[in-house]
Design a protein around this ligand. Structure first.
Ligand code: FE
Length: 200
């Protein structure tokens, strides 16, 4: 495999996110507000994701790291859903912003209390360009699935930590049982943000 060359759009988003997390005085609502704008801009047009970061797996959804902050203040991930794929019910333990890039996904929120899991509200459908947030403050447990059973969907996820290494939880939807979970990353290579972009 050759190098994975990132577009200027990804570099611009990473630069903006660095500037955002450098503002130490910001509280979570302000961070989420600004981060949502950065992600909304990134997913406004589906013309920048390297194709290596868009490859589905026949069985499992993929999480390709696009960029990880060396100080673990944020990570940016391409979430690739094969037809009909879905996550288990899970939490994040850090704030997160989801931007829909391609296809559509369904997002069902849950609450876990006294060992019991229950769905909260109606499932929401994210269409390309839509942005949603999670966090322990505003609701951190959900299950996400590809709306389509005949094509790939892709969303871009930003988290307030190194999400692939964070100790978090999955929940058995039937029994509410909570299990420790570390998600990891699917990719062997990360995009090269330092090279001249392809076609530049
Ligand atoms: Fe999630």
């Amino acid at each position: 495999m050759g190098q994975i060359v990132a577009s200027e759009k990804l570099l611009k988003a990473v630069a903006s996110l660095n500037q955002l997390v450098d503002k130490h005085q910001l509280q979570e609502p302000e961070i989420l507000q600004e981060a949502q704008q950065i992600i909304a801009e990134l997913v406004a047009k589906d013309d920048w994701l390297p194709e290596e970061m868009a490859v589905p797996h026949p069985q499992f959804y993929r999480q390709y790291l696009l960029y990880g902050d060396p100080l673990d203040r944020f990570s940016l991930v391409s979430f690739v859903w094969g037809p009909g794929q879905k996550t288990p019910v899970h939490d994040h333990t850090v704030w997160g912003v989801i931007g829909m890039l391609r296809g559509a996904e369904q997002d069902q929120s849950y609450e876990w209390k006294d060992g019991l899991l229950r769905a909260v509200g109606e499932a929401k459908t994210l269409q390309p360009g839509d942005v949603a947030c999670v966090s322990p403050t505003i609701g951190d447990i959900h299950q996400v699935s590809n709306v389509y059973d005949d094509r790939v969907s892709i969303s871009i996820h930003l988290y307030g930590g190194n999400i692939g290494r964070i100790n978090r939880s999955v929940f058995d939807a039937a029994t509410g049982q909570r299990k420790p979970f570390v998600s990891g990353y699917s990719n062997e290579f990360v995009p090269n943000l330092w090279a001249a972009p392809a076609g530049a």
